[in-house]
Design a binder for this molecule. Structure first.
Ligand SMILES: O=C(O)CC1=CCC(=O)O1
Length: 96
């Protein structure tokens, strides 16, 4: 099942820079592993914002929640989720 996820990062401006860097590094490692696993299908920067638009391929909403809430940046992000399904005009057979 595919989900469109928009994440906006709001790190506190007064956060210790070393702590922020450590959180971002852990986030990157986890995001890249989830991409290698085929779960985090797309990860795009929103131009001009500390935000991304992503597509996740997961079993259901419960699995997505488990993944999102385990992200190191989760406590510092506003997250919007939309469930997706195949568009009848799509020519891409692998879209589910
Ligand atoms: O920078 C972001 O948009 C937040 C983020 C998601 C995965 C990652 O590595 O950073």
């Amino acid at each position: 099942m595919l989900f469109h996820v928009e994440m906006t990062v709001n790190l506190p401006p007064d956060m210790d820079p070393d702590k922020a860097a450590a959180i971002k590094l852990k986030e990157k490692e986890m995001a890249q592993q989830l991409q290698r696993d085929g779960i985090w299908r797309h990860l795009w920067r929103v131009v001009g914002q500390y935000a991304n638009v992503s597509v996740f391929d997961v079993r259901d909403g419960a699995q997505l929640h488990e993944i999102l809430s385990s992200l190191p940046l989760f406590p510092y992000m506003d997250i919007k989720v939309q469930a997706l399904c195949r568009h009848p005009s799509s020519i891409h057979e692998d879209d589910r």
